[in-house]
Design a protein. Structure first.
Length: 102
């Protein structure tokens, strides 16, 4: 496992603070976020929502040939993790932008 990426404690600093900036640098997988016992459910959801935004942005960049990498499997893992926490996407509606935002 890479340094800094963990399913357990990250050492110095708050996992929430670090993950708020770059969840994929803090956690090896979205499932690792779900497994953290030192984070509350709302904190886990916040981290996973950030990861979802990052994955969508990378997909848009890849679609537009801007050097982004395809993140379909990561995005699927994030969505599965959110569902595991009972925080699925809610009702399906068409996204007004490629990023899924409104």
């Amino acid at each position: 496992m890479e340094a800094g990426r963990t399913g357990g404690r990250t050492g110095e600093g708050s996992a929430l603070d670090q993950a708020g900036h770059d969840p994929s640098a803090t956690f090896a997988t979205p499932a690792a976020v779900v497994g953290r016992e030192d984070l509350s459910r709302p904190q886990k959801i916040e981290i996973l929502r950030r990861w979802e935004q990052d994955a969508r942005a990378l997909e848009v960049a890849a679609e537009e040939n801007m050097g982004g990498e395809r993140t379909g499997s990561v995005l699927q893992q994030v969505r599965e993790a959110l569902r595991a926490l009972g925080a699925g996407q809610g009702p399906r509606r068409a996204a007004p932008t490629k990023h899924g935002g409104g």
